[in-house]
Write a protein that binds this ligand. Sequence first.
Ligand code: UDP
Length: 325
Amino acid sequence: MTKTLITGGAGYIGSHAAKALASLDREVVILDSLVAGHRDFLKWGEFEEGDLADTAFLKDVFARHDISEVLHFAAFIAVGESVEKPGMYYGNNVRNTLNLLDAMMEAGVKRMVFSSTAAVYGEPVTSVIAENHPLSPLSPYAWSKRMIEQILADYGKAYGLKHICLRYFNAAGADPNNEVGERHQPETHLIPLILHAALGLRDNITIFGTDYPTPDGTCLRDYIHVTDLADAHVRALDYLGSGGDSGAFNLGNGNGFSVREIIDVAREITGKDIVVAEAARRPGDSPALVSSSIAARETLGWEPRLGDIREIIRTAWDWHQKDLA
Ligand code: UDP
């Protein structure tokens, strides 16, 4: 039977992917250092606690489990922090991915689905971004993901590694059964912060920039439900498993929502009067990031099922009320 190793499987998207695989009765091994991951997110599969920096540990994991394929989520993800501490990001994200790849090659594991990001595109030059949009990362975080995409291509040529890079737009929402959800420390993402304000855990939500060239002056983002992302990972694994070619796919709903629109939907869902403060633009933010996901739909047969922004915010609200109670 196919056994899937999930690095970062105790994190936000990784735990949802573990659930998606386990609910199909697939065997799962989660590898997580628990530096950013959460022990209470370990609800599916076996668990190996350790760090990708530890090459002996990695070798041992591959020796003890008959792994067929890898979902690679483990990474540091904070853009601002990556600007301040680039070495930490290149070390944890790039160098540790090399450790993982070398352990995979030694064990003869030749299929990987990699957690990439829309941040590899940088400042958009088209209103909707397709996979052939120029790549121009703006931060060490985004560069680390871009570098790994290149490394995967090179391992493909040298050793026959088959890989899919999934470039997420804005991951949001939580498991509809409320078993896992989003929890980052510190939290920097828009929807969780709005919900923290709705719960009275912060005084307000600050809008970063109200003078963008968008209809209401605030940034447009393409929010995609984490369960739909998880489903895309299963499809990407199966695509490679049935002989599909390596490649990169965007994952988004194709709709841009402004920061103000998201706050309005959150007010409607929570019934709370969320107080807004306005501040200057956050360095590095693009005015609009909206995905074309036609390639994922056509090649992987992927179809977002929880694409309604109300459903995304409602599941996030259910989760946050439980998690922060
Ligand atoms: N944002 C905001 N206030 C916040 C956090 C985020 O106005 O406290 C904005 C941010 O400028 C961006 C959008 O919300 O336009 C989504 O930001 P997030 O950090 O959630 O995701 P990103 O787009 O950076 O991946």
